[in-house]
Design a protein around this ligand. Structure first.
Ligand code: ZN
Length: 442
């Protein structure tokens, strides 16, 4: 058990040169393994004329073809239950998670015992980084059904914390647990952290005084990395919020904030990160916004080589003041959620940023995207904060101007409703309605 601020000091603070050597060694092994054991990779790389031993530096990864969600769906069930992307027979697999994906066809993510143990070691590392210690009591308030984030609780247990497997309990039951057991840490979504705190207040429980939560971990939505959202939740609970990020195709969580809350450290010993142009797939420099592409460096059940995640963001490899050398990702949203108005890319995270920053509105909002006269438009609905003291029209103009300043394009319309009108969300908030009849499937 570590004693200091790092779960694995040598690994987490390895200078970039050492990290590059480690990644290159792992990459060569992973590619050779995938080529030898996965029917899909053998066929795809033969067709592309590339071989694992073509890799001499990390940049050589760009010679290999991409895979994406469609590759996963098409490969699933082909030849065997696990499909032709998998690199092990079924008897070596101990766990699968499934994700529904935007098209509704579930994709399955398999783990060998080694994959699963290493996945949980990364969870322990992330929890430790966020300040969890063996003396903590932790409520894992995430869905356990099929969801890859469910087992992340084992990482907290391996760290030595007292773990309460909360799952998706009804709020009143969860509040009872918070009052009775006085846990110190909880993991949920940002919108649910807000909803739960407000529900506590309404039921006469002050999260700041009556409960002991000091750390809130969030994932699954953008809010945890949006300063104003984070501050609002932190103030409500008087706790520190840490944004986590994961994807079912890799791990429950594979990146998380440290105490500086500036980007999310990604486990670079497990994942090689690239950023590519959304349209062309050309590699773009670190630090610039594009689609994040991941290559697993150690996964055995199903290596993911150049997986286009559909997540839009930046990767910054420079060391962090916390002393960790593993690079940080800044995720702005999903490619599927981005929409283009008058030639400008608009990200839902930018809209959330604006709504959460403005004092005149409550922070709750919905967005409607639609097509009119062959042009993409968006409307935003927000609430006039009870104490704003301003007429709706003035608040609407403020919201519209702020959106123009942040995104570059005004919404077609801003609707302002009374405080408390928009339905408060439990778990993952559905704020965006896209009414355009376009086929985004790839
Ligand atoms: Zn850091």
């Amino acid at each position: 058990m570590p004693k200091g601020k790092y779960w694995n000091e040598e690994l987490e603070t390895l200078p970039r040169e050492g990290l590059t050597v480690l990644q290159l060694e792992s990459l060569k092994k992973e590619l050779a393994y995938a080529y030898a054991n996965s029917p899909y990779y053998k066929r795809a790389w033969d067709a592309a004329g590339v071989r694992p031993d073509d890799v001499k530096t990390l940049a050589d990864i760009t010679k290999f073809p991409f895979i994406d969600k469609k590759t996963q769906r098409d490969a699933q069930g082909v030849g065997s239950f696990l499909g032709e992307l998998a690199a092990v027979p079924e008897e070596q697999v101990v766990f699968v998670s499934t994700s529904s994906g935007s098209t509704g066809v579930p994709t399955m993510s398999p783990f060998t015992k080694q994959d699963f143990d290493e996945f949980q070691d990364v969870e322990s590392r992330i929890f430790w980084q966020a300040g969890m210690r063996p003396a903590d009591r932790y409520v894992h308030a995430l869905n356990f059904s099929l969801y890859v984030g469910g087992p992340d609780v084992i990482g907290a247990q391996n760290l030595g914390a007292l773990c309460i497997w909360g799952g998706t309990l009804p709020s009143e039951r969860l509040i009872f647990i918070l009052k009775t057991y006085q846990p110190t840490c909880i993991w949920t979504s940002p919108s649910y952290a807000w909803y739960l705190g407000e529900t506590c207040v309404k039921s006469g429980v002050d999260p700041k005084k009556d409960l002991s939560i000091r750390k809130i971990f969030v994932a699954g939505e953008m809010g945890g990395s949006i300063g104003a959202t984070r501050k609002a939740i932190e103030d409500l609970w008087r706790a520190e919020l840490y944004d986590f990020y994961g994807l079912s195709d890799i791990f429950g969580a594979c990146a998380a904030q440290c105490e500086f809350h500036d980007g999310l450290h990604i486990a670079e010993d497990h994942i090689l990160v690239e950023t590519v142009d959304l349209q062309t797939g050309a590699v773009i420099p670190n630090g610039e916004r594009g689609e994040l592409v991941y290559t697993t460096l150690r996964k055995k059940a199903r290596p993911m080589i150049r997986f286009r995640t559909g997540d839009i963001g930046r990767f910054v490899p420079e060391p962090c003041p916390c002393g960790r050398t593993h690079g940080r990702i800044y995720v702005d949203g999903r490619k599927d959620d981005m929409f283009i108005v008058s030639g400008v890319n608009v990200y839902p995270s930018d809209i959330e940023y604006v709504i959460r920053e403005l004092a005149e509105v409550t922070g709750e909002y919905t967005v409607r995207i639609y097509e009119q006269d062959f042009t993409c438009k968006y409307d935003v609905t927000a609430e006039n904060a009870a104490n704003s003291g301003k007429p709706d029209a003035e608040v609407a103009a403020r919201v519209s101007d702020a959106l123009k300043a942040r995104t570059g394009v005004k919404p077609a319309k801003v609707n302002i409703l009374p405080d408390g009108t928009i339905e408060r969300s439990t778990h993952k908030a559905k704020r965006i309605t896209d009414e355009r009849k376009l086929d985004f499937s790839i």
